[in-house]
Design a protein around this ligand. Structure first.
Ligand code: NAP
Length: 277
């Protein structure tokens, strides 16, 4: 019988994870069945336990349960521990292990797919929610010259920077929090949108001169032309959405579960073709 995996969230109907993992399984010859679980907002832990009792081998966790998953698992990978969020659960040898693959996915998309070296660059990261917690440490490990976190609720950006100041082995001297209102006059080589603003056709209040020449503007929201991406294009920046990150973080989950590394380029291309159709 095929090994069972699923993505769990609320809502979850929109998730592309089942088709991504089905493509990975076909390519690597793995016999898996990957479904969707809509967990009630107050029933995440019960849904995870039920899936495990049915013989489930692993879960991807999406909004709004990533922090709850962090509390639920009994072991954490170092990245998940620091991120305070779990997007991948592995049921192995009687334990429930939590991982966070979002940051690895983002960095692979930037560095390997988009050929954008983060090292030595000035980076603006917008948002201070779960996505920002997940990507911050892998980004810092690329050694940007400077990484500024801006968030609408500034206290959250400040708390996030204080949290990562205690993380071992990352260059925390290069990271700081700044309100949007204090950004004018500073320009960045990489502007990352880790807010959910694009889902509501909104964008954070960026100054006109935020992009340095040759800058990359990256929106983690995928499959839609967000106001942030339009703003960036109109100012001559190169742009990318979060589709590559989505596939790369899934590939890392697949590797954790199956110890096989699938090719991501054909899956990104196939999903891209569908979103443009
Ligand atoms: P979250 O925890 O709900 O945080 C949302 C963040 O967006 C907060 O910092 C919030 O600011 C900010 N925000 C929302 N509307 C805004 C607006 N109009 N102007 C300025 N800031 C605004 O969500 P999350 O888990 O961090 O996810 C953020 C986005 O990343 C989502 O759209 C998600 O789909 C995407 N994502 C993509 C991938 C991928 O693989 N491509 C992976 C993970 C996440 P306040 O603190 O002020 O409320």
């Amino acid at each position: 019988m095929a090994d069972k995996y699923a993505v769990i969230g609320n809502p979850v109907a929109h998730s592309r994870s089942p088709e991504i993992h089905a493509a990975f399984a076909r390519e690597t010859g793995q016999d898996i069945a990957y479904g969707r679980i809509l967990a009630p907002l107050d029933g995440f832990a019960a849904a995870v336990r039920a899936f495990r009792e049915e013989g489930g081998r692993g879960l991807n966790v999406t909004l709004p349960f990533k922090h709850e998953a962090w509390n639920l698992v009994d072991r954490h990978s170092p990245l998940a521990m620091d991120a305070r969020a779990v997007n991948t659960i592995e049921f192995r040898e009687g334990s429930m292990r939590g991982h966070n693959t979002d940051g690895i996915g983002l960095v692979r998309d930037l560095v390997a797919n988009l050929r954008f070296a983060v090292g030595g660059r000035r980076v603006l990261l917008m948002g201070a929610g779960g996505a920002t917690y997940g990507v911050l440490e892998p980004l810092l490990r690329e050694h940007p010259r400077e990484l500024i976190v801006a968030n609408r609720t500034f206290d959250k950006a400040r708390a996030l920077v204080a949290h990562f100041a205690n993380v071992r082995g990352v260059a925390t001297r290069s990271i700081s929090a700044r309100p949007y209102g204090e950004l004018p006059g500073a320009s960045f080589d990489l502007v990352l949108n880790a807010t959910s603003a694009g889902l509501r056709n909104e964008m954070p209040p960026l100054p006109q001169d935020v992009f340095a020449p040759g800058a990359l503007a990256y929106d983690m929201v995928y499959g839609r032309d967000t106001p942030f991406l339009r703003f960036a294009r109109e100012r001559g920046a190169r742009t990318a959405d979060g589709l590559g990150m989505l596939v790369e973080q899934a590939a890392e989950s697949f590797y954790i579960w199956r110890r096989r590394r699938p090719s991501t380029a054909p899956v990104i291309a196939a999903l891209r073709a569908k979103t443009q159709a």
